[in-house]
Ligand binder design. Structure first.
Ligand SMILES: Cc1ncc(COP(=O)(O)O)c(C=O)c1O
Length: 433
């Protein structure tokens, strides 16, 4: 409460501060406490915008090269590659969202591969110095893009390597925020350029991000009210797919960060130790809750307690509306299909929300959940419908609304069922075959 009040006092002062001063402060904070070893920071309007800038730089240096991306990832990542005129090809990842090292090694020996994207998803530590060293031993000349959009954590060393860049995001992942992102690098030889100024577009972005902040305030207020009344509910997750078009703050264009995003990020970066501690507590509570109730299994990753999204194979459908979840990623180019349709992620936002007491409370009270996964005839769906071989979702409407102007899911019951842990899931490699 007090922290929200202080923010309200500080934010207007920061908003009238010159942009250059704000960028300098945020850069200092990032390099001192988050990305030690990096020397330069460029800010962009979002993580995807920063990825686009990196890929454009790559395309100037190595036109038309092949870029290796993980097979299971947010679809804006391969999209940034193809948008810059490069060829995105996927490498296999395992159950724990880590690269399959043999497969990746074989792919790296292809001389047309100019860059590889490593991403730390859901607490997997794929962007560590050890992983970078391993890649360097296989291919000393390849560019390495470390996608840490979900992993902007405290005290994370950035490799002192001119061919490696780190991309981060302030868009409600490790660090809360209202859009915004950037790149940390150590004098990279990649033709990376700072975003151009365009006051008209920049003003449009500021307005759009202000709307995002207002929406966040509204949602937070409504959530608190529901919590007080003991009836907190979330929308069930759908497949995550971003059309990355339409609204200015979600498109893939290279553009500088909105000042509102910068101010929000600065405030949240300062609060990171508290956020991290709270995330750890919430993770322990989630683990204990799942163990006690048998409602699902955590998917083990390297450091899930710090991750903003904790992967779970869920068994109890009623939890889909009683806790906040992120749906499985859809495949780029096919919003109805996912390689891991059985994986949902608990959104560990790093704010105390008293979630597990209330989830259990409604469990004891009957919860009203299980019937949600019944089909039209009132039966529980057969296991094969929960996770089909192709990982397909049944209808095209099941697309993240964040993606733009998609209609609300028309048959959400089936969507809920699709996220459940049915028969043994396919590995991402099997699903690719
Ligand atoms: C791994 C990864 N990279 C990049 C992005 C894009 O970040 P942003 O939402 O800031 O555009 C996301 C978004 O969820 C992501 O999960």
């Amino acid at each position: 409460m007090l922290k929200g009040f202080l923010d309200l006092l500080v934010a207007p002062v920061l908003l009238v501060w010159p942009r250059r001063g704000l960028e300098q402060q945020t850069t200092d904070l990032l390099l001192r406490r988050f990305c030690s070893g990096g020397r330069n920071v460029l800010f962009f309007k979002s993580g995807r915008s920063a990825l686009s800038a990196v890929c454009e730089g790559l395309s100037r240096t190595l036109p038309g090269c092949q870029v290796l991306v993980p097979d299971y990832i947010c679809n804006v990542v391969p999209r940034a590659v193809t948008r810059a005129g490069l060829k995105a090809s996927t490498y296999a990842t395992n159950e724990r969202f880590e690269p399959d090292e043999d497969g990746l090694q074989a792919r790296l020996t292809d001389p047309t591969v100019g860059a590889v994207v490593l991403a730390s998803l859901f607490g997997a530590d794929n962007t560590s110095a050890a992983r970078v060293e391993w890649i360097r031993r296989v291919r000393p000349d390849v560019f390495i893009v470390l996608d840490d959009c979900q992993n902007l954590v405290l005290n994370r060393p950035v490799p002192a390597d001119p061919r490696t860049v780190v991309v981060f995001s302030f868009n409600g992942k490790t660090i809360h925020g209202a859009m915004g992102g950037g790149v940390v690098f150590d004098g990279t030889t990649l033709g990376l350029e700072p975003p151009a100024r365009d006051w008209r577009r920049d003003l449009r972005l500021e307005i759009a991000v202000c709307m995002v902040v207002l929406k966040q305030c509204w949602e937070r207020g409504a959530g608190r009210l529901q919590r007080l009344r003991g009836c907190r509910r979330w929308k069930p997750p759908s497949l995550e797919y971003s059309h990355a078009a339409g609204r200015i703050h979600y498109d893939m264009d290279v553009q500088r960060i909105a000042k509102v995003s910068l101010v929000r990020a600065l405030l949240e970066l300062r609060r990171a130790p508290r956020t991290e501690a709270c995330r750890k507590d919430q993770f322990a509570a989630l683990r204990a809750f799942l163990e006690r109730t048998g409602a699902g299994d955590l998917i083990p990753t390297e450091c899930p307690e710090r991750a903003p999204f904790v992967p779970v194979k869920l068994r109890d459908a009623s939890l889909l509306t009683r806790l906040p979840w992120k749906g499985p990623y859809a495949v780029e180019g096919d919003p109805t299909r996912s390689l891991r349709p059985d994986v949902v992620c608990f959104k560990n936002v790093g704010v105390e929300q008293g979630l597990f007491g209330s989830a259990e409370g409604s469990e004891r009270a009957g919860g009203g959940g299980r019937e949600m996964i019944q089909d039209g005839a009132g039966r529980m769906p057969a296991p094969h419908r929960m996770s089909t071989a192709a990982g397909r979702m049944p209808a095209p409407q099941r697309v993240s609304r964040e993606a733009g102007k998609m209609p609300a899911p028309s048959r959400p019951a089936v969507v809920r069922a699709s996220c459940l842990h049915g028969p043994p899931p396919l590995t991402t490699q099997q699903a690719l075959l």
